[in-house]
Design a protein around this ligand. Structure first.
Ligand code: GDD
Ligand code: MG
Length: 362
């Protein structure tokens, strides 16, 4: 079976980290998001993944090459953004082989069982089946109304307050028959706004309610949540070879530690924290529910909580960073600075004064 993965979004809600890498290469428990997806596709009988790439395509091609986890990878490149539907139409010849195919939003981490989804799709006999998941607030997603047979009666993308038909939302995982391609015009198309509502109206769209792990990593809190979910699934302390932890330091599980990492005396790391390769952490530090990208240095007595620190950033001493803040690659946060509440710091910026309210620092 083949799968098309939509891998070309700009990741605007994860800037500035997405200015220097595509969101599908963001690490989760020290492995790129798409690595987790490829692994689960390969385990579920998919043999070929078509990656629809656009923004930072070269970085994706360089990272994955022609094959991963026994999966053949074919790249379908766009010369301009084609939305969520256009890339499927463009890759049609690569997808049609007499079998239905899978379509996935690339920025999702989930343990949806693709085999059961495809079986359900075949049993229902519609043109398309979308995996659905229950969420408390459907406003960021596509919300659906189902009938007792599992048919989608209506599909509303990003419903306004009070307009969502239910809390069951589009999980960004679909099975399509080739006939769905006839519903997608050429050019830039939104599957959610232009294709699903028509299929629903014609009674040809089904919904499959999935349970378990599911997160769209599109915003910082969800990215941290996805990392936490993967870490608790892995359990304990996941580590590579060759890292040095002072014997007075403490690592609280679940936690992931890369190779070449050094952790100084009396520091407490974790839970729910990923420390990438070659990160150096001084003494007396506290790091919790955070993602630290490769090559970061964190000076003595600094703390990082609910935050994401970009590659090679330098956090000096007595620094405090928290509450969904994002620190761009190569930024420097000087001695004694406090950063709280949804602050994003642009790559290579030096910050010498505390920032206590939500702000982007250019
Ligand atoms: N190749 C390509 N080209 N991919 C694109 C483009 C494009 O022009 N635009 C977006 N994508 C990719 C993104 O990289 C992402 O993997 C996927 O398409 C969905 O785009 P998002 O921008 O992340 O959409 P969303 O999260 O707001 O909403 C979508 O996902 C929700 C589930 O997380 C919709 O499908 C919702 O209905 C759904 O509930
Ligand atoms: Mg998304």
């Amino acid at each position: 079976m083949k799968a098309l993965i939509l891998a070309g979004g700009f990741g605007t809600r994860l800037r500035p980290l997405s200015c220097t890498r595509p969101k599908l290469l963001f690490p989760l428990a020290n492995q790129a998001l798409l690595d987790w997806t490829f692994k689960s596709l390969s385990d579920n009988g998919v043999d070929t993944a078509v990656l629809a790439v656009n923004y930072m395509a070269e970085a994706i091609v360089r990272y994955f090459g022609p094959t991963k986890f026994d999966l053949g990878i074919i790249y379908s490149r766009e010369d301009r953004p084609l939305g969520t539907g256009g890339p499927i139409k463009k890759a049609a010849d690569l997808l049609i082989d007499g079998e239905p195919f899978l379509v996935l939003n690339g920025d999702i981490i989930s343990d949806v069982d693709y085999r059961s989804l495809v079986e359900y799709h075949k049993k229902k006999g519609g043109l398309a089946t979308i995996a659905l998941i229950q969420v408390p607030d459907p406003s960021r997603y596509g919300s659906v109304e189902l009938d007792g047979e599992g048919r989608v009666l209506s599909f509303v993308e990003k419903p306004e307050l009070g307009m969502a038909p239910s809390n069951l939302i589009n999980a960004g995982i679909y099975v399509f028959e080739k006939e769905v391609l006839d519903y997608i015009p050429e050019g830039k198309v939104s599957t959610e706004n232009e294709v699903f509502p028509i299929l629903a109206k014609e009674g040809k769209l089904y919904g499959y309610e999935a349970h378990g792990m599911w997160v769209d990593i599109g915003v910082p809190e969800s990215y941290l949540e996805a990392n936490k979910m993967i870490l608790s699934k892995l359990g304990g302390i996941t580590s590579s070879n060759g890292y040095e932890v002072d014997e007075s330091a403490e690592i609280l599980e679940p936690c992931c530690i890369g190779s070449g990492v050094a952790i100084g005396s009396n520091s407490v790391i974790g839970p729910d924290t990923s420390i990438s390769d070659h990160v150096h952490i001084g003494q007396g530090c506290r790091i919790e529910n955070s993602i630290i990208f490769p090559g970061v240095t964190i000076g003595d007595y600094s703390s990082v909580k609910n935050a994401i620190i970009g590659e090679n950033a330098s956090i000096e001493r007595w620094v405090k960073i928290e509450s969904g803040s994002l620190i761009g690659d190569y930024a420097t946060i000087s001695d004694g600075v406090t950063i709280t509440q949804g602050v994003s710091i642009c790559p290579s910026k030096t910050v010498t004064e505390s920032i206590l309210s939500p702000r982007q620092v250019m």
